[in-house]
Design a protein around this ligand. Structure first.
Ligand code: F0G
Length: 351
């Protein structure tokens, strides 16, 4: 039986016999070959989709949260706290519930997707909406943590990065080798930091023979790393990555440079196109932030960035059901008809 990322990768994680393992059996997510997408994009790239939306709370955060909350319990922390654009709060509150400890989550008022808010509420977190954006919530959370007995479980907590690096281990195991390229969204920049650390460790442990080129994508209206300066008022429909001052900024730049990759941006229009394309061609429903992986990939394919015959893994960070409002806003509404066979058959085009 799959036992979650701590038991599976125990020797590569900062845990010991004294660490109580708090797990929802996260990890072991699908790595789907995406040949329909390759055909649509007219590329011979071998595209794989790492569907992190299949984690227990619907996002990649669970890989990091199992380690962060387990360590918090080991250190007898009574309360975990985070600032979040939604997914971290969903994950933190679920793992805290399982660990029987309290969770407090600070979210930007009116700016997180409905599914994520419902998760934090149902798991019993103390949910506080901040009059401000994610960056404001993050700053005040850090201040609270320095004054009170709270463990912050954002990705500045090194245990989060440790857990999330297992995504890289898993991809290499599933593929049987290291991919040539990895494409992923960048928000607070913890995940790109974690993946790059994971690949380097796997290389150091001689599990893979080379390292991938890391390609990170921010949303155009929230692209501080690309612009080289803090964005005071970030703007994008991809609320999960609506961040103007990422905590792991330097590490993300480092991952891009060391791997000879890049950090670039994609527009909301490109994100929405990729969001629909993925759902329509591959049957994979992701939230808008996750679609920035595919939007970025498409942008680079158009620029002839990739040599022939290479492999690329796109990290799809969160499930589409997190943000149902967005899907409904983008697509035409259902046709309303009476329960009449003739009328329905006509509408379907059968008669
Ligand atoms: N994709 C999704 C779905 C996310 O929720 C996030 C971050 C990212 C990508 C970016 O990852 O921050 O490690 O660069 N969400 C955080 C949150 C900020 O609070 O849930 P990152």
């Amino acid at each position: 039986m799959w036992q979650g990322v701590i038991e599976t990768y125990r020797e590569y994680l900062p845990v010991s016999d004294r660490t109580p393992v708090v797990t929802l059996q996260e990890g072991d997510t699908p790595l789907l070959p995406a040949s329909n997408l390759s055909s649509f994009l007219k590329t011979d790239l071998k595209i794989y989709l790492k569907y992190e939306g299949a984690n227990p709370t619907g996002s990649f955060k669970d890989r990091g949260m199992t380690v962060a909350v387990s360590k918090a319990v080991e250190h007898k922390a009574p309360v975990v706290i985070c600032a979040s654009t939604g997914n971290t709060s969903a994950s933190a509150s679920a793992y805290a519930a399982r660990a029987k400890i309290k969770s407090v989550v600070l979210i930007p008022e009116g700016a997180i997707a409905l599914g994520k808010l419902s998760q934090a509420l149902i798991h019993g977190a103390k949910v506080i909406a901040i009059k401000g954006n994610f960056d404001d919530a993050f700053t005040v959370t850090k201040k609270l943590t320095s004054r009170f007995d709270l463990v912050m479980v954002n990705s500045i907590n090194p245990f989060r990065i440790e857990g999330q690096k297992t995504g890289a281990f898993e991809i290499c195991g599933q593929l049987g080798h290291c991919p040539d390229y990895q494409v992923m969204p960048v928000g607070n920049a913890g995940n790109i930091t974690a993946y790059w650390k994971g690949y380097k460790e796997w290389y150091g442990a001689k599990k893979i023979k080379k390292l991938p080129v890391m390609l990170g994508f921010q949303a155009e209206g929230a692209a501080p790393i690309v612009l080289g300066k803090v964005v005071e008022k970030p703007k994008t429909i991809a609320t999960a990555i609506k961040i103007g001052n990422p905590a792991s900024w330097e590490k993300a730049v480092e991952a891009g440079q060391e791997s000879k990759g890049l950090i670039d941006s994609v527009s909301d229009k490109e994100i929405i196109e990729a969001y629909k394309l993925l759902a329509e061609t591959e049957g994979v429903f992701v939230e808008p932030a996750s679609a920035s992986s595919i939007a970025g990939l498409r942008k680079l394919i158009k620029k002839n960035y990739f040599p022939r015959g290479k492999s690329v893994v796109a990290i799809l960070t969160g499930h589409g059901l997190k943000d149902p409002d967005r899907a409904i806003a983008e697509i035409a509404k259902p046709v309303v008809l009476p329960p009449d066979i003739e009328v329905i058959a006509k509408e379907i085009g059968l008669s």
